[in-house]
Every structure is written in structure tokens, then in C-alpha cells.
Design a protein around this ligand. Structure first.
Ligand SMILES: Nc1ncnc2c1ncn2[C@@H]1O[C@H](COP(=O)(O)OP(=O)(O)OP(=O)(O)O)[C@@H](O)[C@H]1O
Ligand SMILES: [Mg+2]
Length: 409
């Protein structure tokens, strides 16, 4: 049995159920604002899944290298190793506002310290990743296939006002995400992602501060769900909003599973501006040739599960076609995963955003301008980093193609 906490308060109990499923029930007297998801209001009857975990509980389970690492470390101790076991291991430190403990345990969120500067400056190469993985894997309730961990930066833990006890104690949880890459499979992935995120930033979208390590072996990203008082915002990805399991993250369309779904869950005051930012993000994904923009790579954040939800800041942008030249989109547009033409993006904007033809043309133009600005930065980086030359030049070729076929009139 696992106890589920929201905003550091008890919300309910989760248990295995049936042959391969699970069940969740709110505790009596749980107030509505303790709900675990915008899709699961507080109610008397339990919520059941006949296979695995409900999407909100599965949302932050590690995939890829991190999951395998935890399996090797814990399978012996637990005897089995399924999603339920994994949640029990990484549950105390998660992206967003939900935490998990044993049924009788108190919540203890504290994550060990780790200097971000050390990650950015020290050239420990492959050893740094192994060291960090050993230390932080079991504090890394974060999804995704690429190797990554959650850490707590020492700098961030310094209380702003020493007299304020709450503040000094508040940074118990992780403050940053550190992403690495598989040398052979995805060379230079960190630098690739860094410059793709720059495009979004240049378009005026909200991108959390991120830094590339000197040796480009790691990308360090500030958590966008961390409040200044050390507590966390609610975060839910579009797998959850579409009631899909993680292994269904590639099933959906931009029109319905992303744009329409956003309007259903975002607060009315957010729909106009948020929808325009969402459309801009979709356009960027197409133009930089990101074939991995699946349902888990879009999300919403909120202060209060019953209150205003807004589009989450931008994360996980990569020119994947550098590694997979034949790559196509993760979600469909117009029923197809082919990279869209300018006309198709124009139509998506006019119909789903409801923008005038001129307004949509302006958005496409803004993305072209941003990509041209970042192209100059990327060229400068290539000159100083010969290791990046091959991937960098291939990115530029993909971007040029993306701008020509998907953005330019
Ligand atoms: N800055 C951030 N703050 C808080 N949560 C984040 C942030 N960036 C990413 N996340 C969360 O972490 C998850 C994994 O991050 P990310 O998508 O960058 O990893 P990935 O391994 O590249 O993913 P994929 O499997 O899509 O390739 C995201 O789906 C999101 O839930
Ligand atoms: Mg991702």
C-alpha cells in the first residue's frame, strides 16, 4: 500500500488491485483542493485501473536508463519490479506536487545537496554521470527516456533571510534537472537541446533557465514547478489530460489531443494567450524537426488544482532528425505524421487558434526570425567546439529545410 500526498498533505491510498491493476481512494475528509489531478476530483468511490497505474501516478515514472538502473538496484530487494515498486522508490521526490510514501510513513522529502557549478565546470566525463546516478537515482521521480536525475543545488538552499525559518527549511526537494546523453546513440544531445530551447526563448516563450556544461556532456535545467518558498506547483502532462498511459504517448493529434485538450483544461483567462503560445510551440517543433514532440512533452501547471491552469514552460526540444534522418512527427496533423507544409500550419492556426490569416503569418514569421537569430549563435558555438561541428551542421541543414517547407510562404 502506498500513501499519496498532495502539497505535503495526505490525500489517499493507492494499492495493487486484481491481477495486474491498481486502485486509489481518497481518505475521508480530503478537501477538494487536495485532488491528485484535474482529471480526478475528490469523491467517495475509488478510481481503478485494470492494468498498471492510473495516468497521474504513472506520469513521473522513470523510463530508459534511469528505470533500468533502479531495476538493477532494487529488484533483488523487492523480489519483483513493476510500476508500483518503482513508485515506492522514487515517490518521495517527484516533478510536481504529488509525493508517495509507505502507508505508515511520514513525508520526508529531503534530497542530498549537489553543486550545480561542479556539474557545469568539472570535467569528470562519464564518471560524473555514474557518480550522480548512484547518488540521485532514487530521488529522481521524473519521466523520460534520456538519462537524467533530479538534484538539489547547494546555492539554491541558502535562505534569503536567515531569520525566516520556513524559508531556510523549505528547500528540501530537488531544484534542478540534469540531463545526459548516450554517446553512441545521440551524440551532442545536450547542445542540440540547448540551442532548440534558445529558439523557443527567442520567440518569447517561457523557457526555464538552462545551462550547458563546459564539456557539453550535461544540460542543467531549473525546475519550473518550484516556487520561491520551496514548495511546488501542480504539473500534469498531456498523457494525463488525455487519460492515456505512458506507452500511448505517441497516440494522438495536435488538433484534438493537444490544442482542443488545452482549451478544456486551461482556465478561460489563459485560453487566448496560452493557446497562441501552444500553437507557437507546435510550429517550432515542426520547424526544428523534433520528431519526439509526444504527449508527455507538453503540460500544464497550476497553483491550485481547482484554480487557473496555464501552459507549462517549454521543455525537451530536440532536432531529432539529426539522428534519425527519416524521422517524422510524434503526433498527427491532418491525419498524417509527415512534416507539415506552411499551408497546413497556417490552417491549424486559423482553425484551432482562431487567428486571422495575417496573425498566423506573423507567428510563422516570428519563428523564422528566431531560428535565424539562433542559427548565428549556433554557428559561433560550432567554431569554438569542433566536437559539435558534425551534429551542429546537420542541425542547421534540418532547420533550413524546416523553415523552407513548413514556415516560409
Ligand atoms: N524544467 C522542468 N521543470 C520541471 N519538470 C520538467 C522540466 N523539464 C522537464 N520536466 C519533466 O520531466 C520530464 C522529462 O523531461 P524531458 O522531456 O526533458 O526528458 P526526455 O528524457 O528528453 O524525454 P523523452 O522521453 O520525451 O525524450 C518531462 O516530461 C516533464 O514531465
Ligand atoms: Mg520528454
Amino acid at each position: 500500500m502506498i500513501k499519496v500526498w498532495t502539497d505535503a498533505d495526505e490525500a489517499g491510498l493507492l494499492d495493487r488491485f486484481g491481477a495486474r491493476g491498481s486502485t486509489f481512494a481518497y481518505q475521508t475528509n480530503t478537501p477538494p483542493l487536495r485532488a491528485v489531478s484535474v482529471t480526478m476530483p475528490v469523491r467517495l468511490p475509488s478510481y481503478n485501473a485494470s492494468f498498471g497505474l492510473l495516468p497521474i501516478f504513472e506520469m513521473n515514472l522513470p523510463e530508459g536508463v534511469l528505470r533500468e538502473r533502479l531495476r538493477l538496484a532494487f529488484a533483488k530487494a523487492t523480489g519483483t519490479f513493476d510500476d508500483f515498486d518503482l513508485l515506492g522508490i522514487v515517490g518521495r521526490s517527484q516533478v510536481g506536487r504529488i509525493r508517495y510514501t509507505g502507508a505508515q510513513e511520514k513525508l520526508q522529502e529531503s534530497v542530498p545537496f549537489q553543486s550545480i557549478d561542479e556539474i557545469l565546470e568539472k570535467r569528470r566525463g562519464g564518471d560524473l554521470f555514474r557518480y550522480l546516478l548512484d547518488k540521485f537515482a532514487s530521488f529522481s521521480g521524473i519521466s523520460g527516456v534520456q538519462p537524467k536525475i533530479l538534484v538539489r543545488d547547494e546555492g539554491t538552499s541558502v535562505p534569503l533571510n536567515k531569520a525566516d525559518h520556513r524559508l531556510s527549511q523549505s528547500y528540501q526537494g530537488a531544484t534542478h534537472i540534469v540531463k545526459f546523453w548516450e554517446r553512441h546513440e545521440y551524440p551532442q544531445l545536450a547542445a542540440n537541446e540547448f540551442f532548440c530551447l534558445k529558439v523557443a526563448e527567442q520567440c518569447g516563450l517561457e523557457v526555464p533557465p538552462c545551462r550547458l556544461a563546459e564539456d557539453a556532456l550535461a544540460l542543467v535545467i531549473d525546475r519550473f514547478d518550484l516556487r520561491s518558498d520551496g514548495t511546488y506547483y501542480g504539473f500534469e502532462d498531456f498523457c494525463v489530460l488525455n487519460a492515456k498511459r505512458t506507452d500511448q504517448k505517441y497516440g494522438g493529434s495536435y488538433e484534438t489531443s493537444i490544442m482542443k485538450r488545452f482549451t478544456q483544461f486551461a482556465s478561460t483567462s489563459q485560453v487566448g494567450e496560452g493557446l497562441e503560445r501552444l500553437f507557437t510551440l507546435i510550429v517550432i517543433n515542426c520547424a526544428i524537426r523534433n520528431g519526439d514532440a509526444h504527449l508527455k512533452n507538453f503540460g500544464i501547471v497550476y497553483d491550485d488544482v481547482q484554480g487557473e491552469a496555464r501552459l507549462a514552460p517549454v521543455y525537451d526540444l530536440v532536432t531529432t532528425s539529426v539522428y534519425l534522418p527519416k524521422d517524422s512527427m510524434a503526433l498527427t496533423l491532418n491525419g498524417s505524421t509527415n512534416w507539415p507544409t506552411t499551408k497546413e500550419l497556417q490552417r491549424l492556426g486559423e482553425t484551432r487558434l482562431g487567428g486571422s490569416p495575417t496573425r498566423i503569418r506573423e507567428i510563422l514569421k516570428r519563428v523564422v526570425d528566431a531560428m535565424e537569430t539562433v542559427t548565428a549563435q549556433l554557428r559561433a558555438y560550432i567554431r569554438g567546439h569542433p566536437d559539435f561541428e558534425d551534429v551542429g551542421n546537420r542541425m542547421l541543414a534540418q532547420w533550413e529545410q524546416g523553415m523552407t517547407t513548413s514556415l516560409r510562404p
